[in-house]
Write a protein of this length. Structure first.
Length: 384
């Protein structure tokens, strides 16, 4: 594929994870698209055609969470569904998910037309869960869309670089305090507050050190991260500074160093589209404690980590759309964390056993070479 030029439109974490420079012999070019104009499909249509005009040497565009209205061949990778318009983002929530309210939405119908069109060559789901949400989404519209789009859909989990090849390379001992690490800006949404509450109750019982890597700042994506919630988290951290280490902002290489010295990773999240941090922990030989929502059971299980079962809907989304459901979810996570810590400290050797299984699983299911081979095949088929 030496003569193939692949364009990407945003150089963000998602694109770096699944698109940019994944095919060693291919050429990559940055073809920026205005995020503001991308919100309006009628204007974005014109912009896409300008992109094709400005980048005539591009063979294929590869988007993330995005739909193109241009004539150039394109593929898209997605983490929940496409089109990822604001009006599409809540249909999978709640006890009875539905997208009926979008059946006459002009922008959504135009985007589905683009996905069904000749220029769209593949629609790539990060996980089986994402695939099923997209399939459910399409079932609400005229069958002509699903008949054209479903055959284009494939599942391709992201690759993950291994940082250690066995437990011994971590250089940690089970005789020292067991180090747990949480990484996440949206501390409440990702279960960080549950961790603080559960761990402070169990600290007197077990030798624990807890790392919290979080800016503790409000997020527009997390309604749970209120000022009261963030202040509560800060208060717990400050009053337990002898065994909780808080890092507000760290460069990625420092985060990776901490992961290597960590025994167990933590992501008891309320909502997550995939869970990249789980792969990062596992790549450092850290088994992870997660909830069983969305794609997490595809990358974590009780053989190589610990799963906390929580109330979910048929699409795998945790249900937290009412006070009652939020309380149930909160209780399930707190109880799950307590159970897992009891299990871990009953048999510390399981950390080492699960660490080795994490590493072996990544070699099989998130191998960088296998990912590149699959993606290369997608591009080659698209350009036949």
């Amino acid at each position: 594929m030496q003569d193939i030029t692949i364009a990407y439109t945003v150089p963000s974490y998602n694109e770096k994870r699944s698109i940019i420079n994944k095919i060693e012999e291919a050429n990559y070019t940055y073809a920026p698209v205005s995020r503001y104009l991308a919100r309006y499909s009628n204007k974005y249509n014109k912009l896409e055609k300008l992109n094709a005009l400005f980048y005539p040497r591009v063979d294929i565009f590869h988007y993330f969470n995005h739909v193109s209205f241009g004539d150039k061949p394109w593929v898209t990778t997605f983490e929940t569904l496409v089109p990822r318009y604001n009006q599409c983002l809540n249909g999978h929530h709640g006890e009875a998910p539905t997208y009926r309210h979008l059946q006459n939405d002009i922008d959504v119908l135009r985007a589905l037309g683009a996905l069904a069109g000749e220029a769209c060559k593949k629609v790539i789901a990060l996980s089986e869960c994402n695939y099923k949400i997209q399939e459910f989404f399409l079932s609400h519209f005229d069958s002509k869309f699903s008949e054209r789009i479903l055959p284009k859909m494939v599942i391709l989990p992201p690759p993950q670089k291994l940082y250690v090849t066995n437990w011994a390379e971590k250089g940690v001992s089970l005789d020292e305090p067991i180090t747990f690490t949480f990484v996440g800006r949206d501390i409440a949404r990702k279960g960080g507050l549950n961790i603080l509450e559960a761990f402070t109750k169990l600290k007197a019982k077990y030798a624990i050190h807890l790392n919290i890597i979080s800016s503790l700042s409000p997020s527009k994506y997390a309604a749970t991260d209120s000022a009261e919630t963030l202040n509560s988290a800060r208060s717990i951290i400050e009053s337990n500074s002898s065994w909780i280490t808080h890092y507000e902002n760290l460069p990625n290489e420092k985060v990776l160093e901490i992961m290597k010295k960590t025994h167990v990773g933590l992501l008891p999240t309320w909502a997550d589209t995939y869970g990249y941090s789980v792969l990062e922990f596992q790549a450092h030989g850290c088994p992870v404690v997660t909830t069983d929502i969305r794609a997490l059971p595809e990358i974590n299980n009780n053989e190589k980590g610990w799963l906390i079962q929580v109330p979910k809907n048929k699409l795998g989304e945790a249900i937290y759309t009412s006070v009652e459901y939020s309380e149930r979810l909160n209780a399930a996570i707190n109880e799950g964390l307590t159970r897992v810590l009891d299990e871990i400290f009953t048999s510390l050797e399981t950390i080492k056993i699960k660490s080795e299984k994490c590493i072996e699983d990544l070699k099989t299911n998130h191998c960088e070479e296998k990912f590149a081979h699959s993606l290369r095949g997608i591009y080659q088929d698209a350009l036949k």
